[in-house]
Structures are given as C-alpha cells and as structure tokens.
Design a protein around this ligand. Structure first.
Ligand code: SF4
Length: 419
C-alpha cells in the first residue's frame, strides 16, 4: 500500500518529473485542496482497486492546478508495469485504398475516384515490402477507407478484374504477400466479419480498429459521424469482440475532441476495459487527439487542450491496468509526447522512416534519433517492438508460422534485438 501523499512526494522529488512540469507550466498541486471524491478515486487507483464510473468522473473534474497529482498516480502505475521502457515500431504505411463510404467530419484521408489511384496496386505493395525491409521496418501498416466497393462501381470493377470481391479480400491477399516477403502486416480494415478476421489471422500478428467513441449521438445530423454507417459503435464493438473470440492481438483506441462529452469519453474507455477483461486481446489503446486541417468540415473546431489529453491518458492508464499499453501518436503531439509519458503513456506507436501519415498528412513523424534523444533526456529508454507487444508474443495469440517468424527478430525481453 502506498498513500497518495507518499506517491506525490516521490513524483515531485524526481528531477525528471519536476523538469517536465516546469517545461509545460504545470503548477505543483496541493493534496489538501482536493475534493474528497477525487482524493478517494486517486487512492483507489494507486492501489489498483476497481474504480466505478462515478470515481472516474470525479477524476475528470481535476483542474490544471492539481493535475500533477493525477499524473503522479498514472506515472506510478506506468513505472510499476513498464519501468523506464518506451516502445515504438518501425513501419511502412500503405493506404490500400483511400475511397470510403463514410463521411467523417474530421477526415483528410478519403478522396473520390479521379482524385488519386483507385487502389495501391499489388506491384506497388511488393515494391514497398522490399523497400521497407531495406529500411529495417518490421511492420507493413495497411489502412483503407470503409467498404468503398459498396458505393463506387469503378473501384468494384477494378477489384473484380484482379480477382477480388472486396477490400477485405484484397487486404488479406496483400497481407499474405508481405508476410511471405518477410515483413509483418498490421491491417486496419474497418468493420469486419468474424469469417474475414479468421482469414486475416493467418498472416497478421495483430490488427487494429479504433472504437473512436461509444457515443451514438455523434451519428446525428451535424455531428462528426453523421452519414457514417461504419462508425456505429455497436458494430465496432462487435468487430473488436470477434477479434477477441479469435485471440487476435488488437490495437484500438479513442478519438478525443470530435464533439464527445467527458461522460462519453469515460464510457468509451470503460467499454474498452470491459472487452479487454472479457477477451484479454487488447494490446494497446491509442489516445488520438483531433487535429484540424484546412478544408475539412471540422476545420474551425477547437482542439483538445493539454489538460484534456493528460486526464484522458491518465484515466486510460488507470482503468486499463497492467497488460494494456497506452499510446499517443508523437506526430500529433510533437511538443507534448514526453509530457504524456509522465501521464501514463508507454508507447509512441508506429513510426515510419519513409512514408507519411496518410491519415494526418500535415503532421510529419519525428525522426527516430530526435525522439530517442528527447525521451532519454527524461530518463527513459526507447525500444523497438514488433507490431505485437512482448506480452502477446505467445502461441495463444499467434499461428505457429507467425510465432516462429517473430521469434527470430526479438531478444529474451520480446523487444527487437538491439543490433
Ligand atoms: S471512415 Fe476513415 S476514411 Fe472514411 S471518412 Fe471516416 S475517417 Fe475518412
């Protein structure tokens, strides 16, 4: 048992923690000023007791004056589970098709036929696989729009001409091609049926689908997910749960700043916790902050504040527990990713040495050596991982073929061999 006073004293006495607070103008808090409900929630979190929805909603009320006390708790848990290791993976990003049947108000990924290639051809995928291996990548990140074959005739014809019925069929074939070349695919297809997931599992060591938000309200006219049939939360929960039934290591997460309330944000994290507790396959939660770009429907919408991000990261760390890794994308948090490590983050996601982030093309990834330097200044060590985290490098989650291939890359810690 450790008391909140002790944990906060330890946090403040560390040179690294006090430096990060100073660098971001975060004041030293006063535990005596905390509302009793907040204090009770923090004590429970610190001692890894289950928190109720009411406990967590109390944490959302913390203001900047005392947010460092919340950080001391989530930082304590991150250190307890992960020590000073911060992970990332080196990937090559392939936008398999940028056509999509949805219309998210924050999207900059989607385009219409005629604005670019209908799809990324098999020849280009093969070329990318070879190039990425030369660059030392281990992950081929496949991303596509959702079910464009249902609305774009020319795209459907193109797929059929190549012998495929759907984007899913095509992504599975390209995953197999990449695995054969020696790079691990990590597919983000969107909503998928369990039969499709079964086929993906043969070539993908892990896959991803963001929950984004549990709020059905965001599908109403004027909201971020209006006219987006694939953003129906229950459909996304079903795909993530079906992946759990098949023991596919899964990357998911939430978007923050797309019009959701704090209650909805907390309910989204609770839902991910529920799924994780039931199936044990959620390897990672990404806290992705909305970032406005010129020309999108939400161009003028406010961005989440540092305080919003700190609280969301810290609450996610507290709720998701030991085996679920917490990530913020460093390209969307270029000035604050080190701050968020002190809020509970232990992973900085897929970083590409060559391709852009097609979902956020205006935000370049930081160079790896700069990232390494930045985090080592605060006492952390950057370690490269595969698209599967060490905790999930297990035959319970992987086919024999993928398991045996993966073992060749890692040392006894499950991270990629350093030389
Ligand atoms: S589902 Fe993805 S690609 Fe499609 S509109 Fe939404 S954000 Fe854009």
């Amino acid at each position: 048992m450790i008391s909140l006073n002790e944990a906060y004293k330890i946090f403040l006495s560390s040179h690294n923690s006090s430096e990060i607070l100073k660098a971001h103008d975060i004041p030293i808090g006063n535990i005596l000023e905390l509302d009793t409900k907040i204090r009770v929630s923090l004590e429970k979190a610190l001692n890894e007791e289950d928190l109720s929805r009411e406990n967590v909603l109390a944490l959302t009320q913390i203001e900047i004056e005392n947010v460092s006390i919340l950080m001391s708790v989530s930082n304590f848990l991150r250190t307890k589970y992960k020590g000073n290791l911060i992970s990332f993976s080196k990937n090559f990003f392939i936008p398999l098709t940028q056509l999509c049947r949805d219309n998210c108000s924050y999207c900059t990924f989607k385009y219409e036929p005629g604005e670019g290639d209908l799809l990324y051809s098999p020849e280009r995928v093969l070329e990318a696989a070879k190039k990425s291996l030369e660059l030392g990548c281990t992950e081929m990140l496949f991303v596509s729009g959702d079910k464009p074959e249902l609305v774009y005739e020319e795209y459907r014809r193109e797929l059929n001409k190549m012998g495929y019925e759907s984007t899913s069929d095509y992504m599975i074939a390209m995953s197999e091609l990449c695995l054969e070349e020696g790079i691990f695919p990590h597919s983000n297809l969107g909503i998928a049926k369990i039969e499709e997931l079964k086929r993906f599992k043969n070539s993908n060591p892990s896959m991803g689908l963001m929950l984004e938000s549990i709020s059905e309200r965001l599908m109403d006219p004027g909201e971020a997910h209006y006219r987006c049939p694939d953003k129906y939360p229950r459909a996304r929960i079903k795909t993530i749960s079906d992946a759990g039934r098949l023991s596919i290591p899964w990357t998911t997460g939430i978007l923050i700043g797309i019009g959701e309330t704090w209650e909805e944000r907390v309910d989204s994290i609770f839902e991910l916790k529920r799924i994780s507790d039931e199936f044990g396959h959620i390897q990672e939660i990404i806290i992705q902050n909305f970032s406005p770009k010129p020309g999108i429907k939400m161009e003028g919408s406010p961005v989440p504040t540092d305080l919003d991000m700190i609280k969301t990261v810290a609450i996610s760390k507290i709720l998701m527990g030991k085996d679920v890794n917490i990530q913020v994308p460093p390209n969307l948090n270029a000035k604050t990713y080190t701050l968020h490590i002190f809020s509970g983050v232990n992973d900085l996601g897929g970083v590409s040495p060559i391709t852009i982030d097609y979902v956020n093309p205006e935000s370049p990834w930081p160079q790896l050596d700069i990232m390494k330097k930045n985090i080592s200044e605060y006492g952390f060590q950057l370690r490269e991982r595969l698209p599967i985290y060490p905790e999930y490098l297990d035959k319970r989650f992987l086919t024999d073929n993928i398991y045996n291939k993966a073992l060749k890359f890692v040392d006894e810690t499950g991270y990629i061999k350093e030389n």
